[in-house]
Design a protein around this ligand. Structure first.
Ligand code: NAD
Ligand code: MG
Length: 406
């Protein structure tokens, strides 16, 4: 049963001013009657948030940074759009009765609003991969408990979702996650040591937010996606392969026990996977460029180089350790990427900091949200101390936590 063209589906976009958020707004603006907006949220881009809220006639606009609430109110005065601010207000926005919530906040900050949508059994279009990486078992358990449907927006997982036989999971032999290889695919280690944030965020194929662009350059993004795929599709890490495919035409593949390999192809435009989630289980037209295979002529593939890109093995290790190890890896990576973008550490330090944090901060079971927060906090403090070793106080607190756990 598809979503017929005249059936409407109300939408909340968490992170509407970001790269995925703007692509979502772009699609919805083409069919506003079909997708009425319940709420939009953003962290600090108050002018764009207000503009989107007015043009899409949103019921509510929420700004994360509370200091910007007066400006949001002023910009929306007389528009009839309700306003709110702060972390709790973003969670409340996710809790409002939209049929579908687009989870497009970046980082672990997206976890609680995403969980709020999951816990009321909504359709959840999930771009925010970090929420699955830092709390995969919790998110998947709550989704099953409350009847939420998670629709993957990450292009690889959206591709897998389209070709995965959910009725016969035993017929699946493995998942093949494709990766563009990022901007430094062909650099050697000494060249990689010198790269700047500007070079790292200039992705050869995709135009994305700063954090995921750096993750694509270290291949940590593919590692996070490996964890994401394992939770989304209940497939063990040993059955997920990573394949470098610089043209990013094949967005991922599923290999079956009979030897068949099913793939989803398309031009690299996030509006295609976003549309799959918005219109699911139907389809909608998008302005994404049509695929012209004759013009592309050649698709190439390589195995990843684990020596230059250690992030892939680190994520496999975290997934094998289980519990809060992926939470720790994710938090350390967020801290390290932020430090790299702010010029405080070099490019190769990112995975070094993740590796050291993962090996030194003890992991434990991941039951409730409190355990996620504890592991996330301990990892952030440890990673920050590695970046700025003069702060002895942080080391002491991390060690104390470690002892208390035993
Ligand atoms: P972005 O940085 O462009 O946008 C992030 C959005 O989240 C913005 O609207 C921002 O206001 C909001 N935000 C940032 N910090 C916040 C906080 N602490 N609390 C509340 N809101 C906050 O990021 P993006 O590239 O759009 O990526 C969003 C998510 O989608 C990430 O998890 C990313 O990995 C995933 N993703 C992105 C792409 C892409 O093409 N950009 C592709 C696949 C997956
Ligand atoms: Mg992806």
């Amino acid at each position: 049963m598809g979503l017929s063209n005249n059936a409407s589906r109300s939408i909340t976009i968490l992170g509407s001013t970001g790269s995925v958020g703007r692509s979502t707004v772009d699609l919805i603006a083409r069919e506003p009657e079909r997708f009425p907006i319940e709420a939009l949220t953003a962290q600090s881009n108050v002018s764009l948030l207000a503009e989107q809220a007015v043009s899409l006639k949103a019921k509510l606009a929420v700004i994360g940074d509370e200091a910007l609430l007066p400006e949001l109110r002023q910009r929306l005065a007389g528009s009839g759009v309700e306003t709110a601010a702060g972390v709790a207000a973003i969670v409340e926005a996710a809790d409002r009765p939209a049929d579908l919530v687009m989870a497009a906040i970046v980082g672990a900050a997206g976890l609680e609003p995403t969980l709020a949508a999951v816990r009321r059994g909504a359709l959840v279009a999930l771009a925010n991969k970090e929420s699955l990486v830092c709390a995969g078992p919790l998110v998947m358990r709550e989704a099953a408990l409350h009847g939420a449907t998670i629709l993957p927006v990450d292009s690889e997982h959206n591709a897998i979702f389209q070709v995965f036989d959910f009725d016969n999971p035993d017929s699946i032999d493995r998942i093949i996650l494709t990766a563009s290889g990022g901007p430094f695919r062909t650099l050697n280690l000494s060249e990689m040591r010198e790269v700047t944030p500007a070079q790292a965020i200039a992705h050869p194929v995709w135009s994305m937010g700063a954090k995921i662009s750096v993750d694509s350059a270290t291949l940590m993004n593919k590692g996070l996606e490996l964890i994401e795929a394992s939770f989304l599709f209940s497939v063990p890490e040993t059955k997920i392969e990573v394949l470098i495919h610089p043209q990013s035409v094949i967005h991922s593949m599923v290999s079956y026990v009979d030897g068949s390999v099913l793939a989803q192809l398309g031009t690299p435009d996030m509006r295609t996977p976003i549309s799959v989630a918005l219109a699911w289980p139907g389809r909608m037209a998008t302005p994404a460029a049509r695929l012209d295979l004759a013009a592309i002529a050649r698709l190439t593939f390589e195995v990843p180089d684990f020596a230059r890109f250690p992030a892939l093995n680190l994520t496999r290790q975290a997934l094998q350790s289980g519990g809060s190890a992926p939470t720790i890896l994710n938090a350390a990576n967020e801290v390290a990427v932020d430090a790299f973008l702010n010029g405080r550490i070099g490019f190769l330090d990112i995975t070094r900091i993740v590796e050291q944090t993962l090996s030194r901060v003890p992991s434990g079971p991941l039951g409730e949200l409190a355990a996620v927060h504890e592991a996330d906090g301990a990892a952030r403090r440890y990673a920050m101390q590695l970046i700025d070793p003069t702060d002895d106080d942080r080391v002491v607190r991390v060690q104390t936590r470690g002892r208390n756990r035993r």
